[in-house]
Design a protein around this ligand. Structure first.
Ligand code: FE2
Length: 224
C-alpha cells in the first residue's frame, strides 16, 4: 500500500496556519500608527470615540452573526456562538453606548456619514457569506478591539470621563477567544476552502480601511 499525500489539502492547511502572524502584524501596524491622544484637539478625540461607536454599536453583533451563518464547518459554530452569547447576554451595545455618552461623544449625523462608505463596503462583503473570509475578518476585528481598548480609554479619560466598563471588559487579553476564531478559520478552510484566486484577507483589508477612517476621519485630517 502506498501513502498518498493530499497536496491541495496540505497547502490549504499551511496557508491557514500562516494567516495568524499576518493578522497580528496588521494589528500591530495599526496600533503603531495611532496618533498621540494628548496631541489631539478635544474635537479630534471626541470624533474618534464617536466614529468608533457609530461602527461598533450597531454592527459587531450583526457581523459576528454574518460569520455564523457563513460557515460550513460544524466545529466553527460553537466558537462563534459563544462570542454572540456573551455580546447579547451582557448587552455590549448598551455598555458601549454608556461609555460613549459619558465621554460626550455620542455620534452626530456627520460622524455617522463620515464612515458610511467604508462601513457599506464591509457590510456588502460580509453579505457574500464567504465562510473562511468572514471568520478571518472577525478574528482581525476581535484582535484589534482588544489592543485598541487602552487607547480608547485614554481618549475618554482626556475627555473627562471615568466610565470604564466597556474598555475594561474588552481589553482583557483573552487568548482563548482570539485563538478560537483562528481555529474556526482553520476548520472552515478544511471543509470549505477558498476558491483559487480568492484573497483570504479581502474582508480584513476592508475592515482595516474602516478602522483607519474611524481613527483619521474620512478626509484623513487627523495626522498620525
Ligand atoms: Fe463585545
Amino acid at each position: 500500500m502506498t501513502m498518498s499525500i493530499d497536496f491541495p489539502r496540505v497547502q490549504e492547511e499551511v496557508r491557514a496556519l500562516s494567516v495568524q502572524p499576518k493578522i497580528e502584524g496588521m494589528i500591530d501596524d495599526l496600533m503603531a500608527s495611532l496618533p498621540d491622544p494628548t496631541r489631539l484637539t478635544a474635537e479630534e478625540r471626541r470624533s474618534i470615540i464617536a466614529r468608533y461607536s457609530a461602527v461598533l454599536e450597531g454592527n459587531f453583533i450583526y457581523w459576528m452573526t454574518a460569520a455564523l451563518i457563513s460557515v460550513h464547518a460544524e466545529e466553527a459554530r460553537p466558537i462563534i456562538l459563544e462570542n454572540l452569547h456573551e455580546e447579547v447576554r451582557d448587552s455590549h451595545p448598551a455598555m458601549l453606548r454608556r461609555f460613549t455618552i459619558a465621554a460626550h461623544a455620542f455620534p452626530t449625523d456627520a460622524d455617522g456619514l463620515s464612515i458610511d462608505e467604508d462601513l457599506t463596503g464591509v457590510r456588502l462583503f460580509l453579505g457574500r457569506l464567504s465562510g473562511a473570509q468572514s471568520v478571518l475578518t472577525m478574528a482581525f476585528f476581535e484582535g484589534f478591539i482588544q489592543k485598541f481598548m487602552s487607547y480608547l480609554a485614554e481618549l475618554a479619560e482626556l475627555q473627562g470621563s471615568s466610565e470604564r466598563e466597556y474598555t475594561d471588559v474588552h481589553g482583557v487579553c483573552d487568548v482563548a477567544h482570539t485563538a478560537g476564531l483562528f481555529a474556526a478559520y482553520q476548520a472552515e478552510v478544511a471543509v470549505n476552502p477558498l476558491q483559487p484566486g480568492m484573497d483570504p484577507f479581502e474582508g480584513v483589508v476592508l475592515l482595516r480601511n474602516l478602522i483607519q477612517t474611524i481613527v483619521f476621519g474620512a478626509d484623513g485630517k487627523i495626522a498620525a
